[in-house]
Design a protein around this ligand. Structure first.
Ligand SMILES: Cc1cc2nc3c(=O)[nH]c(=O)nc-3n(C[C@H](O)[C@H](O)[C@H](O)COP(=O)(O)O)c2cc1C
Length: 331
């Protein structure tokens, strides 16, 4: 069974389920497994130490599937920015046909992507940014509600309002992101007007996710209450796992601290250590509210298949409430 929407048709995949870019997590084995199951797996460009390594990582994913694979290019303001143009060149050289942009406007990259026939899915957190991306000519938008792991922006609009607001405003296909982890979520996203879902935390907690088993087990144990919003006062909010380090960051900034006061606590190398060593309090690590709904560590392909089947079951059961003629049982 496949689930066809405007998004699957525009991007050329079987199911409207995307594994969003994830720093340290979005590597070949995870992206390959999601794509092989008919979703869209995405390799995170900046997880690779150099643009040349990114090309090799894409080749590694291609050995796992011959279906489309995407690459995430996260463009964030930084003191020492990575060589974005070189990563963009590597995406083109690797023959990648789908890119997820995030962090800031994709404008500086659009011309080159367009020239090479690359489809751009721009991920953003507000309707106004989605409209701007639509005007720039992206193929689709991924709209991240306040529930999401990582950067929810500063508007604090949850998916229940953001998704239909985006549906009313946009003409291009778009997928809903933030807080999705099961078939109910996909059914809800479709009902609210989206053409599919993007998920990070759910795919982070799968067999192929290349992080410590301890982190995955922590996600299964954790509830929807176990995240912190850091950097609120700096207007660069990030939703991360609640732990000793993120509690301390929240406390320092709430007491009037500035970025230099928390900089050693939030170093990327410390967060990476959490994923590599399973030391849950080694640093800041990213996860979303949806962890409260994540109760197992399945294969990534199983996640895709289960979500599609469960969404269908949910929608059929709800239709029956309207006294529709009996429908064939799912399964
Ligand atoms: C561990 C982790 C790392 C992430 N890193 C990135 C990133 O580097 N770039 C990006 O655009 N989004 C990143 N995200 C956000 C996801 O792509 C996705 O938008 C988000 O997880 C959706 O919310 P959900 O976790 O509720 O599904 C990350 C998410 C997680 C869980």
């Amino acid at each position: 069974m496949s689930l066809t929407t405007r998004f699957t048709e525009a991007i050329g995949i079987e199911h409207p389920i995307v594994q969003g870019g994830m720093m340290w997590v979005g590597r070949a084995e995870l992206a390959g497994a999601v794509s092989e199951a008919g979703g869209l797996g995405i390799i995170t460009a900046l997880t690779q130490p150099t643009p040349a390594d990114l090309v090799k990582e894409v080749e590694r994913a291609r050995r796992l599937t011959d279906k489309p694979i995407g690459v995430n290019l996260t463009i964030l303001p930084s003191i020492n920015p990575p060589p974005y143009d070189e990563y963009r060149r590597a995406i083109v050289d690797a023959g990648v046909t789908i890119v997820e942009t995030a962090g800031s406007s994709p404008e500086p990259h659009m011309e080159m992507f367009r020239e090479h026939g690359i489809k751009v899915i721009h991920k953003c957190t507000s309707v106004r940014h989605a409209l701007k991306a639509e005007k720039l000519g992206v193929t689709a938008v991924s709209i991240d509600g306040f529930e999401c792991a990582g950067h929810p922006g500063e508007d604090d609009v949850p998916g229940l309002v953001l998704i239909p607001a985006a549906a009313d405003a946009l003409s291009i296909p778009f997928i809903a992101s933030g807080g999705f982890g099961d078939g109910r979520g996909l059914a809800a996203a479709l009902a609210l007007g989206a053409d599919g879902v993007n998920m990070g935390s759910r795919f982070m907690c799968t067999v192929e996710s290349p992080i410590s088993q301890t982190v995955k087990e922590r996600i299964v144990e954790a509830s929807e209450l176990d995240t912190n919003l850091i950097f609120r006062s700096l207007r660069n909010t990030a939703r991360v796992a609640k732990n000793a380090v993120s509690d301390e960051v929240v406390e320092i900034l709430a007491a009037g601290g500035q970025f230099p006061d928390v900089q050693p606590l939030v170093a990327g190398a410390r967060g990476r250590k959490v994923f590599e060593d399973g030391d849950l309090d080694a640093g800041i690590w990213t996860v979303g509210l949806v962890q409260g709904l994540i109760r197992d560590i399945p294969n990534a392909g199983e996640v895709v298949r289960r979500i599609v089947a469960d969404a269908e079951a949910v929608l059929r059961a709800k239709l029956a409430l309207f006294g529709e003629p009996a429908v064939a049982p799912v399964g």
